[in-house]
Design a protein around this ligand. Sequence first.
Ligand code: THU
Length: 129
Amino acid sequence: MLPSDIDKLRKEAKAAKKSALAPYSRFKVGAALMTDDGKIYRGCNIENPSLMLSFCAERAAFINALVDGEKFFKAIAISSDDKDYCFPCGACRQIIAEFAPDIEIYLVSDKGIKKFSVSELLPHQFKKP
Ligand code: THU
């Protein structure tokens, strides 16, 4: 990824956070997912009073892209308002691994940017035998 693409993705993830519907946790998350040809899909967390129905930002971004027929992804950026990095939850890691095993994962915060691979965040992932 070019530094300019990473910066673009960081800004898109921050912008996506503004759409977060998080009245229960008050923890807003934004994600920006870049396809191989440079298109960006945004996602944000969407909560529900039946808390288990809440949606994470990363999965929302993937659903937006998959519904559009996108199949190849090169990077995702994840942003929250926390001073620390927002790591994707276990369920999102499994979704990322399924649809984008070679993706670059960028966690963005005021501290800076940290990059991870899928295998770093989800070693020994479940695979259907
Ligand atoms: N959340 C995300 O959107 N992505 C993550 O990677 C971790 C958690 C959301 C789910 C919930 O709406 C809120 O953050 C707090 O748990």
